[in-house]
Design a protein around this ligand. Structure first.
Ligand code: 5GP
Ligand code: MN
Length: 336
């Protein structure tokens, strides 16, 4: 398998997908808006071209994304039968991120890996990684267009969803003029921002709100004021009658504190494993922090899983975060 850091030529990516017949698309575990949207839009395009396209989910799809990914349009790994000539990965930094779907991919003829994570492990036979893309949906859109298809309202809705989730409603640093132009094109093509916004952001269950209430009580702030965190334990999830995925996004609360440069969410994953979501400002690269613990992601948003007991895992990450902050210039008026 090719492991070079060099990108394949984009024309070769398009030609490979155009020449495919039976295509497997796989989400990473804990799929987010960008990965779900990218695969749903590309799968729809491939089906319109008369190809078979099967989206496989190695995990549960968050409820607030089911409006772009109804369960009838994807399968669980154990439901998949037959062979595929191509697997197309979108928004997936490494093969280790697809969990139980790995065995499915072993027999696939060719892997096409399209992503925007700098840390992508180039696991495909053809790799195309563009860290300049705000979201992978930008690359999905380019692929659909270069396959010669029009974006229909359903694709536009999915693509806009990926764009708005990966840019935090167009307010993170990856939001550029072309990001907003792309969003405008999607709206013109049938995406409804208010409807999508409601589905994504204003779709909480009472359990999620109870979990938020409990989690806010755990917020910790380092004496420096530059590091803050929030915790979600299994007991908190049970007492709130919430779901583990309801912890998604809670890192936004410590991140929103004035002066914070690194924010961390510690969340239960399975007994003996603590899931960390890391967020940073322009001053720090949290993907380097995540990489110290076998994870990865983007400079401003990354994650890792630590197989250790809770207090030890927390102190390990907080210590590394403090060291990263100590290596930076003192707090000034620099742009956040
Ligand atoms: P989140 O904190 O929202 O789960 O993830 C933030 C970003 O980091 C996403 O782009 C996600 O793909 C990436 N990420 C999260 N966890 C991991 C991990 O364990 N390994 C790698 N390579 N990337 C991760
Ligand atoms: Mn993404």
């Amino acid at each position: 398998m090719a492991k070079t850091k060099n990108n394949a030529r984009w024309e070769d990516i398009v030609a490979a997908v155009a020449g495919s017949q039976r295509v497997l698309l796989v989400w990473h575990i804990r799929p987010d808006g960008d990965s779900v949207a990218s695969a749903m839009a590309v799968a729809r395009a491939l089906r319109k071209m008369g190809k078979q396209a099967l989206v496989v989910c190695p995990d549960t799809v968050p409820e607030n994304l089911l409006f772009i990914a109804p369960p009838s349009e994807w399968a669980r790994p154990e439901e998949v039968v037959g062979n595929f000539d191509h697997a197309v990965f979108l928004d997936c930094a490494g093969l280790d991120r697809i969990g139980p779907a790995q065995s499915l991919v072993e027999n696939v003829g060719r892997i096409v890996n399209i992503d925007h994570h700098e840390s992508n492990q180039r696991f495909g036979d053809l790799n195309y990684v563009d860290p300049g893309a705000a979201a992978c949906v930008e690359l999905a859109h380019r692929l659909i267009r270069d396959l010669g298809l029009e974006i229909d309202p359903q694709m536009a809705t999915a693509l806009y969803t990926g764009l708005t989730t990966d840019t935090g409603s167009f307010r993170f640093e990856n939001t550029r003029a072309e990001t907003l132009r792309f969003a405008a094109d999607l709206v013109a093509g049938g995406a409804n921002p208010a409807l999508i916004g409601r589905q994504i952001w204003d779709n909480r269950t009472p359990g999620t709100l109870r979990l938020l209430h409990a989690a806010l009580g755990t917020v910790g702030i380092d004496p420096s004021g530059r590091l803050a965190w929030i915790e979600v334990t299994a007991a908190m999830i049970a007492e709130s009658a919430a779901l583990p995925e309801d912890a998604e996004g809670l890192v936004e609360y410590p991140r929103s504190l004035r002066g914070v440069d690194i924010a961390v969410l510690f969340a239960v994953q399975e007994p003996g494993a603590v899931r960390c979501s890391l967020r940073g400002t322009s001053k720090v690269d949290v993907s380097l922090l995540a990489a110290q613990f076998g994870g990865g992601g983007h400079p401003r948003a990354a994650g890792c899983t630590i197989h250790d007991d809770w207090p030890r895992a927390r102190e390990l990450v907080l210590d590394s975060a403090r060291k990263a902050l100590e290596a930076l210039p003192a707090e000034g008026d620099a742009a956040r």
